[in-house]
Design a protein around this ligand. Structure first.
Ligand code: ZN
Length: 267
C-alpha cells in the first residue's frame, strides 16, 4: 500500500529524459524531480516542461519550500523562472529558497533579477557544504566533472538518507562522496564512449560500478539520453539488478517512488 500521508517521503519523477536530443524532441519529459520529505516539498532540477508536468499532476508549486539546481544546463534549469513565479504565487508572495552553484547565478544568472527579489533567499551551493530546508538537511559533497559547476546531493530526512548523483564524468572519489539506502543516478549513456557525444556523463558500466561499490537498497536510473532510450532502460535496469544484487529501477515519466519501500527488509 502506498502511504499518502503528508509526512511520507516520496519522489515524483517529472521527467526521465536528459541531454539535447531527448530534450529537444521530448521523447521523454524533462521536468526534474518533486520531493516530499517529512512534509517539506522541494523541486530538483526543473528542466523544460516542469510547469506542465507538475500542473498535470496537480502538484502545488506554492507548497514548495525550495528549488535546487544541480547545475545550469538547460535540461536541469530551463523552467526555473516559471517555477519561481509559481512558488511565489505569481511573485506576489515572498517565499521559498533557490539553491544553485555560483556559476548558475553570475555573471549570467539563470534566474531573472525581477524574480530573484520575490524569493525568500538564494543560497550558493559549494563543495563540501551542508544546508537545511524545513526538516530536511542536504549536502553537496563533491564538485562533479561536467563542464559547468555541478553538484550531486545527499539528502537526510528523519527517516531516510539518499543520494542524487547528478551529471558527471566518472572520477575516483565519486563513490566515496555518496551513500544511503537509495541512489538516484543520472545515466545518460549505454557505453562509456558513444561516438559523437561528450564524455562528461555516466554510462551503464559506470552505474554498475557505483551500485556495486555503494550497495544501496535500491538504485533508480534516470536522465536518459538517446542511446539509453533506444536500448530500453527497464531492460538495462533488470540486467543491472541481476549483476549487482541490488534492486535497480529505471525511472518512468510520472513515476512516484515512496521511500517507505526502502524500509521493507529484504529476505
Ligand atoms: Zn548537464
Amino acid at each position: 500500500m502506498e502511504d499518502d500521508s503528508p509526512k511520507a517521503d516520496s519522489i515524483i519523477f517529472l521527467g526521465t529524459g536528459g541531454a539535447r536530443f531527448v530534450m529537444i524532441n521530448q521523447f521523454l519529459s524533462t521536468g526534474g524531480m518533486w520531493l516530499n520529505l517529512d512534509g517539506t516539498e522541494i523541486l530538483l532540477d526543473p528542466g523544460p516542461g516542469c510547469i506542465v508536468q507538475s500542473a498535470k499532476r496537480k502538484l502545488k508549486p506554492d507548497k514548495l519550500s525550495a528549488i535546487i539546481l544541480s547545475h545550469r544546463h538547460l535540461d536541469h534549469s530551463a523552467d526555473v523562472n516559471i517555477m519561481v513565479e509559481a512558488m511565489t504565487q505569481g511573485g506576489f508572495k515572498r517565499r521559498g529558497w533557490l539553491f544553485a552553484p555560483a556559476d548558475a547565478l553570475e555573471p549570467e544568472s539563470v534566474i531573472f533579477s525581477y524574480l530573484r527579489d520575490s524569493l525568500e533567499g538564494v543560497a550558493v551551493l559549494r563543495e563540501g557544504q551542508s544546508y537545511s530546508i524545513g526538516s530536511v538537511s542536504f549536502s553537496t559533497p563533491v564538485r562533479h566533472l561536467h563542464g559547468v559547476e555541478t553538484y550531486g546531493i545527499v539528502f537526510k530526512t528523519s527517516k531516510h538518507m539518499f543520494s542524487y548523483i547528478a551529471d558527471t564524468r566518472y572520477f575516483d572519489g565519486l563513490c566515496k562522496s555518496y551513500g544511503g539506502e537509495l541512489l538516484i543516478i543520472n545515466v545518460l549513456r549505454v557505453e562509456s564512449r558513444d561516438p559523437g557525444f561528450p564524455l562528461d556523463h555516466l554510462s551503464v558500466p559506470d552505474a554498475r560500478h557505483i551500485i556495486t561499490e555503494l550497495k544501496p537498497r535500491v538504485a533508480i536510473l534516470t536522465h536518459f539520453g538517446m542511446t539509453m532510450w533506444r536500448a530500453k532502460p527497464w531492460g538495462i535496469a533488470q540486467k543491472l539488478s541481476e549483476e549487482t544484487g541490488t534492486r535497480v529501477i529505471a525511472a518512468r515519466d510520472g513515476m512516484k517512488f515512496d521511500l517507505s519501500q526502502l524500509d521493507v527488509v529484504s529476505e
